[in-house]
Design a protein around this ligand. Structure first.
Ligand SMILES: N[C@H](CCC[C@H](N)C(=O)O)C(=O)O
Length: 301
């Protein structure tokens, strides 16, 4: 058995996150460990955010992101807020810079406990999202499901936030759609050679959206931060809203919104909450874990 490391079960608007402290180690959390942890109801998760020692001057940590099926994700907005909260309570610091495979992320914890993450710039080029077909304008690509003359979902906006997203525009509540049925079909559609996160977005005003997401490699999750960024940017890009939107994540257990700002310098800033649930120790090779004895949040930190 390899040496155990500390981890915390957290969530970002219900998005189930395991924050694993891999600092001081050279190895990575294995896909086998991820699959084992996801198989246990206590540790079942959407993403693992593994905190590694920094690899680059000027950054505080390298973050490795795994989906619950053991595959890697390049971006995870909700998980990044969880990492900020964990490190802020450990160090007392408020501002952090992380490196991920998708680039550098700057983040800050605010006085009210909410956390902003600069998720970087959106990418719209078809071959960078990537799509398997050339589209000059990826804000409305040809893709539909359902009867050819009466599609249930069609013409999504495609983009990358470091990870691939397709946003389908709908004119009623996202909870009314059978996303469990369409999600796998769309995630694995030949249009998306690296698969895609699939979001349904209802425009509820010039500055608000209601969304629901089927995540690549994780399925129906309660919330997805990078998808909220993709929905906000795509709404502004297609003239449906302005560049500052409030996202009501339909499936989240709380009605606390995510706020997405697509700044004039092209960076997308996501602001929202993060919540600590409990802590323990895991073996990052096998995924065996033990939960710390019941402690108050203050003691754990
Ligand atoms: N839950 C994450 C996104 C995970 C994306 C992942 N499913 C993928 O791209 O493979 C978030 O809050 O941004």
């Amino acid at each position: 058995m390899s040496q155990q490391v500390e981890f915390a079960k957290m969530n970002g608007l219900g998005n189930k996150i395991l924050v694993v402290d891999m600092r001081g180690r050279k190895d990575m959390v294995t896909p086998q460990a991820a699959i084992a942890l996801n198989g246990d109801p206590e540790t079942q998760f959407d993403q693992i955010m593994a905190i590694h020692d920094p690899k680059l001057d000027g950054t505080d940590a390298f973050i490795d992101i795994l989906n619950c099926d053991g595959t890697k994700a390049q971006a995870c907005g909700n998980g990044t807020r969880c990492v900020v909260q964990a490190l802020a309570s450990e160090t007392g610091r408020k501002v952090f810079t992380f490196q991920t495979v998708a680039g550098i992320l700057n983040a800050r914890e605010h006085e009210d406990g909410t956390i902003s993450v600069d998720m970087g710039k959106p990418v719209f080029a078809w071959d960078k999202i990537p799509l398997s077909e050339e589209f000059f304008d990826t804000s409305r690509i040809e893709l539909q499901i359902g009867p050819i003359d009466a599609p249930i979902l069609h013409s999504p906006s495609a983009m990358s936030m470091g990870n691939p997203h397709a946003v389908f525009w709908i004119d009623r509540d996202p909870m009314d759609f059978d996303l469990e049925r369409f999600g796998p079909m769309l995630e694995n559609h030949p249009m998306f050679p690296e698969k895609a996160n699939i979001t349904l977005a209802q425009v509820t005003s010039k500055s608000s959206l209601r969304t629901r997401t089927w995540e690549r490699g994780a399925g129906l999750t309660l919330a997805c931060g990078s998808a909220a960024c993709a929905a906000g940017v795509s709404a502004a890009r297609t003239g449906r809203t302005g560049r500052h939107v409030t996202i009501d994540v339909a499936s989240a257990p709380t009605r606390q919104p995510l706020v997405i700002e697509w700044r004039e310098d092209d960076h997308v800033v996501m602001t929202g909450p993060a919540e600590w649930e409990w802590s323990g120790k895991i073996d990052p090779v096998t995924g065996t874990f033990e939960r710390d004895a019941e402690q108050s949040e203050a003691q754990v930190r």
